[in-house]
Design a protein around this ligand. Structure first.
Ligand SMILES: [Mn+2]
Length: 399
């Protein structure tokens, strides 16, 4: 009997689907959380059945199980651990461990793509174009390469994975990969995916209206309370307000904070680390301890949400050659206009404040320090006409 222990995310379940296709009813597949795996492996080792073929994908075991697994193999047991996480690289020291983080051509590896190559190489599975595509979509999702290459189908595959149960997902994918030559969603899946997308868009729009801005340490943070869609939220709010260094997403019920950034020069794993958490440079998290509660919830509580830039304007547009007008809650007016290709002037209440080499830098300055927003056309037109009139009047006086 083949026994596959794998992760319970899309990449892990991708391995489960491949195992079903390769071994049919001759495989027992278990989906585990990171913590759940060691318990399962202990149970497996206690049974001490040398006829079983053990496969572990997308997860690794703790050092105690590592030793026991090595003993199991040394006395004739069969085990293979395939992973792509940096933290598992030391398993390459064992004949039964194979960890690849990156392919030679620079693409990042995923457990599903490694397991696919393994099964084909060993002659358990025949390569096909639908399998190639399915495996590549899982890899693109798991490594976040889908974003850079803008492969929405990979994101939709993961959305579908979250919308139905693991069992149903597995069954649908196994049938599809056996039957079709290309990989695509069926009509029902397309429909629920479209509905989900609309729902997420609406959720993000609502959350944008609750976004609060404040300085925490040296960073200008955007703070929002949300229970779902953290990746989408962090990404969309970050792109919508690039002047924010990162977005902190608070889940009070779960007592957790997620940090997301779109900027290469901000490392949110460091920020999470200050509160006992960790993660990656662009996505991290921590528990909500007392210090974090004070900084991210109590102190920003009285702050009004960040105003939204006017978005139906025809005239007052960002980076316009005829200038862009902003306001803040103290009724200051900020006017940004170019005087040459690389010189943008910032006026505050009609007197020159400073100049910048790009529009973005000027806007960043007023958004970070004054929480300013792009005003509606009506205000822009009034501002310009008052300016013109003031000028005429002052000239007439001079005569
Ligand atoms: Mn993975």
């Amino acid at each position: 009997m083949y026994r596959l222990y794998t992760h319970n995310d899309l990449d892990g379940v991708g391995c489960g689907i491949l195992a079903r296709l390769a071994f049919g009813s001759n495989v027992d597949v278990r989906y585990n959380s990171v913590q759940g795996l060691n318990f399962q492996i202990e149970r497996f080792l206690e049974r001490d059945n040398l006829d079983d073929v053990l496969l572990i994908t997308d997860l690794s075991v703790h050092s105690d199980n590592e030793k026991k697994l090595d003993e199991f193999v040394k006395k004739g047991g069969s085990a293979t651990l395939l992973d792509h996480h940096k933290t598992a690289l030391h398993f390459n020291e064992y004949s039964w461990g194979s960890v690849t983080v990156e392919y030679e051509d620079g693409r990042l590896a995923a457990a599903t793509s490694l397991f696919y190559e393994f099964l084909v190489e060993q002659g358990f599975l025949k390569q096909s174009s639908s399998l190639d595509e399915f495996v590549e979509l899982v890899r693109l999702w798991d490594t976040w390469e889908w974003e850079r290459n803008n492969v929405l189908k990979a994101k939709r595959l993961n959305d579908l994975f979250f919308m139905i149960s693991i069992d149903e997902f597995e069954e649908r994918m196994v049938n599809r990969l056996q039957e079709s030559e290309t990989f695509s969603f069926d009509e029902f899946e397309e429909k629920i995916l479209d509905m989900e997308e609309t729902k997420i868009e609406r959720y993000i729009r609502r959350k944008r209206r609750e976004l609060v801005q404040t300085f925490i340490g040296n960073y200008c943070a955007g703070i929002v309370h949300a229970e779902s869609y953290h990746s989408e939220l962090g990404n969309e709010l970050g792109k919508d307000s690039p002047h924010l260094d990162y977005i902190a997403i608070l889940n009070l019920g779960g007592k957790k904070i997620s940090f997301r950034t779109i900027h290469d020069d901000v490392d949110v794993s460091e920020i999470a680390g200050q509160f006992g958490g960790g993660g990656h440079a662009k996505a991290s998290g921590c528990s909500l301890n007392e210090e974090a509660y004070k900084l991210f919830i109590a102190e920003p509580f009285p702050i009004e949400p960040l105003r939204i830039d006017a978005f139906r304007n025809q005239h007052n547009l960002k980076a316009s050659q005829s200038g862009s007008l902003y306001a803040d809650s103290e009724e200051n007016r900020f006017f940004i206009y170019p005087i040459s290709d690389k010189k943008w002037v910032l006026e505050k209440n009609q007197s020159v404040e400073s100049s910048f080499s790009s529009f973005e830098e000027a806007e960043r300055q007023i958004k970070r320090n004054h929480l300013a927003w792009l005003v509606r056309d009506e205000l822009f037109v009034r501002y310009l006409s008052e300016n013109v009139l003031n000028e005429k009047r002052s000239k007439t006086k001079g005569n």
